[in-house]
Write a protein that binds this ligand. Structure first.
Ligand SMILES: [Mg+2]
Length: 381
């Protein structure tokens, strides 16, 4: 399998409403799609969103890295998905999101040639060749805005079947956040409720938060403190916290997972394809976590389209269990780039929404071209 041509599309898609996190206020999805063509004229699609605070990649750098990577990969023969990362690394150091974007497009092509869906290929790679279809994956819904709005959203989405929640914290005072968490935990009692501070709390505040009665009903607390803190600080937080600690920004791949397991600093991790450099590496991370009885949630960056959601969901379907939920961020987009966007059904995503071969979502090129980011253009390789 060879790449004979490719197009890169830098996109900006408005969100339904802004999403406020501790260190950024997101109003649109800055995401990059690539479409590669093989020697038989088949097309494969990949996607990665910018995540300056998670991978260091901006729209400019991501587009540049993807273009550089594709040009360096044109002459190569793509045979075994397990070898893709090694081949990328011979062309470009680091830049996990760019590699994730191209890997997704290559896997889309590869599984189309096998006439199987990506999730099934991944499940076979995991030696889990069950005949029956995977169970639907629970979707995680983010809560934000005023407390009244959060309570209203919690009610509305609870009635739609959602049972997994994420409360963003860290942009208000600790006492205000604790109050929100208590009120929402009471309203959603029995559900899987989490908070995510995106690194914003000091170690002292993080310990106080976790030890507070107001936070006692949380299922887990994600990335409360900065990645810059020492492993000893992370260990102290984990030891003091009655709530399981989840790491997101601190985890980019298997080596960090192994190091943090050895240091006993967490109870689970959030995996994103843009951090691990793609689906195959993310599967290795997930298997390693499961083998050690650690929990995980799967997440798209806020926000990615149905394409990235399908690839991330394929990982979940292959794993069979996503205890801490799947944060499918296309639900926050004002519109999507395909004719039939992935949708929550009773708070879950079911495998029947994915096509029967490839990643499972094919973008509509006209829609893609409508949302090219201002000041950018499609790039031909
Ligand atoms: Mg997070």
């Amino acid at each position: 399998m060879k790449i004979t041509s490719a197009e890169i599309y830098p996109l900006s898609i408005p969100l339904i409403e802004p999403i406020k996190m501790s260190r950024e206020n997101i109003v649109d999805a800055k995401t990059v799609l690539c479409c590669i063509t093989d020697e038989h004229g088949r097309k494969g699609w990949g996607e990665a969103s910018v995540a300056p605070l998670m991978t260091g990649e901006t729209l400019d750098s991501l587009v540049g890295s993807i273009e550089y990577l594709i040009q360096g990969c044109m002459e190569l023969d793509w045979k075994e998905p397990k070898d893709f990362t090694g081949l990328f690394n011979r062309v470009l150091y680091a830049n996990a999101s760019a590699k994730s974007c191209l890997e997704m497009a290559l896997l889309d092509l590869y599984t189309q040639t096998l006439s199987v869906p990506l999730w099934q290929f991944l499940r076979s790679a995991n030696n889990a060749t069950k005949a029956e279809l995977p169970t639907p994956i629970p979707l995680l819904r983010m809560l934000g805005g005023s407390l009244d709005k959060e309570l209203n959203d919690a009610k509305v989405f609870s009635e739609l079947g959602f049972r997994h929640w994420k409360i963003k914290i860290g942009s208000l005072s600790l006492d205000e956040d604790l109050h929100r968490v208590k009120v929402l935990s009471d309203a959603l009692a029995g559900d899987v409720i989490s908070v995510d501070a995106n690194c914003a709390l000091s170690l002292v505040d993080a310990i106080r938060f976790c030890e507070s009665e107001e936070a006692s009903k949380l299922t887990f607390a994600e990335q409360l403190v900065s990645t810059e803190l020492s492993v000893g600080d992370f260990a102290l937080l984990k030891n003091k916290s009655p709530i399981p600690i989840c790491l997101d920004e601190s985890i980019h791949g298997i080596s960090e997972i192994k190091r943090f397991i050895d240091a006993d600093v967490f109870g689970g991790a959030s995996l994103k394809l843009t951090k691990t450099g793609g689906v195959i590496q993310a599967l290795s991370c997930a298997n390693f976590l499961h083998a050690g009885n650690f929990k995980l949630n799967l997440a798209c960056k806020v926000a990615e389209t149905s394409l990235s959601a399908a690839a991330t969901a394929s990982l979940g379907f292959a794993l069979g269990a996503v205890d801490w939920g799947f944060s499918m961020s296309n639900q926050y987009l004002r519109f999507d780039i395909c004719d039939e966007p992935l949708k929550a059904r009773h708070g879950h995503l079911d495998v029947a929404q994915l096509a029967s071969s490839g990643v499972g979502i094919t973008p509509n090129l006209d829609r893609v071209k409508e949302v090219i980011a201002k000041g950018y253009a499609a790039i031909q390789c």
